[in-house]
Structures are given as structure tokens and as C-alpha cells.
Unconditional design. Structure first.
Length: 167
């Protein structure tokens, strides 16, 4: 399967803080799509990743989720109608990330910015494929898949810190 990843960077600080940000996002999307069960058999898919700031995510979060706050990542699946109308790649949707929130989380957790960005892009890509974490069972499935995909990228289990010592 061919995966086209379109990267938009309306927030230049991403490239200043992490010059390889576009490559990190592209690798994370491709890893997530190859590591997950896909709902269709498209030979070519497209995902858009937008590296934005907190103000942009706050507006999106308010407009689409009714929450007047910034968040680290939002995913917008294209939906069946959009995919069916295309003659080119199957459009999966958009992943949008907020620099200040993502970099702040990485710093607070002692993570490399690129590793945390990879995790959130994988998380967002899985949402585009229909994975969710609303129930405990869904969260366990999604987090397990995220952990496996990230391990393939050489990134430690981001959920390990939440587990009890000796578990």
C-alpha cells in the first residue's frame, strides 16, 4: 500500500524546535497504517498532518467538540462519503497537533519532542482508522497497538509510566 502524507506547518516553531518534524510525522503515519488492521483495501491512501499551535487547536476543539481549550491532537476522519467520491488516493483524514501543548507534555514527562510527536501522530492515525478509547476495552486495544507501533519505531511504551510498579 502506498501512503501519501501531506504535511502543513502553519506554526513555524515546530520546524525550529524539531527540524525533522515532517519526517517524524510521515514515519509515524506510515508505521501506524502498516501496523493496524485497515478497514478498506485501498492501494493508495492519503493523510494530512497539520503542525499548528494551541490557539488553532483551541478553535478546532471549540468548533467541533464544544470544548473551549487547547488539546494536544485532534483527528478528523474523512468519512465514507469523502472516500467514495475520490478517484485518487483514499483520503483517510486529518491529524492536527498543537505545538505548545505537545512540547509542554514532552518536557513535563522527560520525553524527546520527536518521540512524543510520533506517539500522538500514531494515536491520531489510529483514530482515522476507527480505533477509539471511550471504553476500557477499546483503550486497552488502542494503547496496545500504539505501543507495538511505537516499539517498531524504537520508541518506549508511553503507557508504562501509568502501570503500577511490578505490574
Amino acid at each position: 500500500m502506498k501512503v501519501d502524507v501531506d504535511i502543513g506547518v502553519p506554526c513555524a516553531i515546530w520546524c525550529e524546535a524539531l527540524p525533522a518534524a515532517a519526517a517524524v510525522c510521515t514515519g509515524a503515519v506510515r508505521a501506524a497504517l502498516s501496523g493496524a488492521d485497515r478497514p478498506d483495501d485501498a492501494e493508495e491512501v492519503e493523510v494530512s498532518v497539520v503542525l499548528a499551535d494551541d490557539a488553532f487547536l483551541r478553535r478546532l476543539n471549540h468548533d467541533y467538540r464544544g470544548r473551549d481549550e487547547a488539546t494536544n491532537v485532534l483527528s478528523f476522519p474523512a468519512g465514507d462519503d469523502a472516500v467514495a467520491a475520490l478517484t485518487g488516493p483514499s483520503l483517510l483524514g486529518d491529524i492536527v497537533l498543537a505545538y505548545e501543548t505537545v512540547s509542554g507534555e514532552a518536557a513535563a514527562r522527560g520525553l524527546a519532542l520527536g518521540d512524543h510527536l510520533s506517539h500522538l501522530v500514531v494515536h491520531g492515525a489510529l483514530h482515522l482508522l476507527g480505533y477509539d478509547h471511550e471504553s476500557t476495552a477499546e483503550a486497552t486495544t488502542m494503547e496496545g497497538l500504539e505501543t507495538r507501533v511505537l516499539a517498531g519505531l524504537g520508541i518506549a511504551d508511553p503507557y508504562r509510566a501509568r502501570q503500577a510498579p511490578g505490574a
